[in-house]
Ligand binder design. Structure first.
Ligand SMILES: [Zn+2]
Length: 289
């Protein structure tokens, strides 16, 4: 059965109401068993100008943080991994990440996270930072948005933001078969960042992050390069019986109502098919334990 059909905001509200008893039952079981699945959100750009599908306004981002702070433990990726390894997650839990490295995130989003003392991981494609070059897809759209500078990344790291690697060139690693190219993108971006911020870089995020963009050869390189884990981005939850080296992420960008629907355990999201495992059986395992 295809459970991925889209719903508009009105239908979404009705859908949440109708499915509330089932969600409450799951919450009750997971609270009792201390086995909540964990969500990791990914954003790209928080700004009030040049809106595009990977941008959220400053006001909406603040509303997201208000709601998340009220209803979730907001933790680092390291803490997500620790909860998975221990097999214990007693409360609804979320982690926040960003991809790409847009300079405007330093105007509001990142200072706001630092002010609220919310942990976050910030994944950067290093060629664009090194050369001060906008992303080709932004240039093509007539919006050559500036990337972060090395100084900004250093300051963010010094302020407690975790900096992660997102390749050098933002290429689709699912299409890269050449070992030397994989090394340049995976090991090279780690080395660039470590040189810039003076700290070890522990996490890697695949550009695009869909199953087709995540290859086993790339995962093997990530592991041998000494990363502590990697992020995909195809909208799945992190179950307590999963391998914590692979951190699954959910879009943070859409409107608050959609985010609320997903993060209050929308069964369509929980049961979303995943190529390398069966989430349906994981859901049932979590409920039964
Ligand atoms: Zn990206």
């Amino acid at each position: 059965m295809d459970l991925s059909f889209p719903l508009n905001e009105g239908l979404l509200s009705l859908y949440r109401t109708v499915t509330l008893p089932g969600r409450e039952l799951l919450r009750w079981r997971w609270r009792r068993s201390q086995r909540f699945p964990l969500a990791i959100l990914f954003y790209h750009r928080v700004a009030d100008r040049h809106a595009n599908p990977w941008t959220i306004s400053t006001a909406d981002f603040a509303r997201h943080l208000d709601w998340l702070e009220t209803h979730f433990d907001i933790v680092s990726l390291e803490e997500v991994q620790q909860r998975i390894r221990r097999g214990i997650c007693p409360r609804p839990t979320v982690a926040i990440t960003f991809d790409d490295g847009y300079a405007e995130n330093c105007d509001f989003a990142l200072p706001e996270l630092i002010r609220r003392q919310i942990p976050a991981t910030y994944f950067v494609a290093t060629d664009f930072v090194a050369h001060g070059r906008p992303f080709p897809h932004d240039v093509a759209a007539g919006q050559p948005l500036p990337p972060n500078t090395i100084e900004q990344l250093r300051e963010l790291s010094d302020s407690g933001i975790t900096i992660g690697a997102h390749t050098r060139s933002h290429c689709d690693l699912g299409k890269v078969g050449d070992g030397k190219r994989l090394d340049r993108e995976i090991v090279g971006s780690k080395e660039d960042l470590e040189q810039w911020i003076g700290r070890a870089v522990q996490y890697f995020a695949f550009p695009y992050g869909r199953p087709a963009n995540v290859s086993q050869a790339a995962i093997d390189r990530i592991r041998s390069a000494g990363y502590a884990g990697f992020c995909s981005a195809f909208g799945a939850w992190n179950w307590l019986d999963a391998d914590p080296f692979h951190l699954r992420r959910i879009h943070g960008d859409p409107g608050l109502e959609r985010l609320k629907n997903w993060l209050t355990f929308d069964p369509r999201k929980l049961w979303q098919a995943e190529p390398d495992c069966g989430n349906r059986s994981r859901l049932l395992a979590g409920v039964a334990s």
